[in-house]
Design a protein around this ligand. Sequence first.
Ligand code: ATP
Length: 445
Amino acid sequence: MAELTMETLVSLCKQRGFVFQSSEIYGGLSSAWDYGPLGVELKNRIQQFWWKEMTQLHENIVGIDAAILMHPKVWEASGHVENFTDPLVDCKQCKQRFREDMIPEENRVKRICPECGGQLTEPRKFNLMFKTHIGPVENDASIVYLRPETAQGIYVNYKNCMQTSRLKIPFGIAQVGKAFRNEIVTKNFIFRTCEFEQMEMQFFVKPGEDEKWFAYWREKRMEYYHKLGIRPSKLRWHRHGPDELAHYAKDAYDIQYEFPMGWRELEGVHNRSDYDLRRHSEYSGKDLSYLDEETKERYIPYIIETSAGLTRSVLMVLSDAYEEELLPDGETRSVLRFHPLIAPITVGVFPLMKKDGLPEIARRIVEELREQFTTFYDQSGSIGRRYRRQDEVGTPFCVTVDYQTKDDGTVTLRYRDSMEQIRLKIEELVPAIRQSIREYKRVGV
Ligand code: ATP
């Protein structure tokens, strides 16, 4: 099968309504993307899957939704004002701009442009935070930043959450939300954008127990991607070397995925030590220590962070699901093998013909199913075409109503992956679909 390219993915996303270029009718805004009817469903479901995994399945993890705008001192305390920079270099000849740490070693050493061979400028520190002003007067006192990560909203609310939810260490706080970075180079579609969404969980632990919890969360996070149906051969770990470690990190691992352009970071699992809470205590003047009521010990908790990109996960899930399958009859079908829990449409329902009462029965089935599953009704084109269209958008189940339905109340249920069709009673549909979702296994893995 041909390798999936980014061009194929971009055009598929547009044609099928997953992702559109922002402000397209004006020529587009570079590196900003809009999620279309199917894209928003996919994104929401990945988010729900993550949320359940990280909150509902743990009794000691709660959620929050903090504001994007925060007190500017937060970003001084966090180190972002000083350290959240990338090394920016320009080519004196072709004027292209690069992140110095992302150009090939050879070009970096010789200081020549990877595109045209021209001379590169010395690197300048470029702060990635978007600055804006609050209120009508644009002066230094009114500066606020669009948050470059969601984590700080969790740290500054750690005491509020602990007290109101009566949490005891170890515990976690989860959050999903927008983050903004003025990235020097944004390419590869929705992989790296200036506006994106993160899914973060910060886990507060006793110093000395951090290594244990760090190992625990690394295992859990890899398990999560396997549960999501991602091919394990496409996932791997990358441990940060000493020169890659962020200013706050004691140790850091990334989960990487093999995207069409190669292995890239999908999620960071970091041991942030007590850096964040210590700094916020210092800058706010508030005591952010924790008192262990049993041992009477007082300490600043260590934080284990799991930080995944939601919009980047959409790209990952699409890349992973895409397949051009050669069928026994020599035809090729294009299929998105989403896990049924995250597929934008769960069930397609079709009447075999547009007449003889079949549409009415099909509509009644849609009514029943849509309380439980996202359901799509389609009566146009041949039945084969309708199946193909659902394969293309990754719908795992299709139900067809035919003449036999009128006689004995049975329909066909067709499975996307195996293309197998079974005949069952209408009232058996819900349990059959439920069971199939529970037992789902990606084919060929
Ligand atoms: P990089 O070094 O590649 O710029 P990072 O290591 O600084 O990224 P983190 O700060 O660890 O990234 O961010 C956590 C997660 O948020 C990343 O693993 C990624 O999934 C997502 N993410 C970060 N920046 C972007 C972006 N510009 N666009 C989309 N997703 C992003």
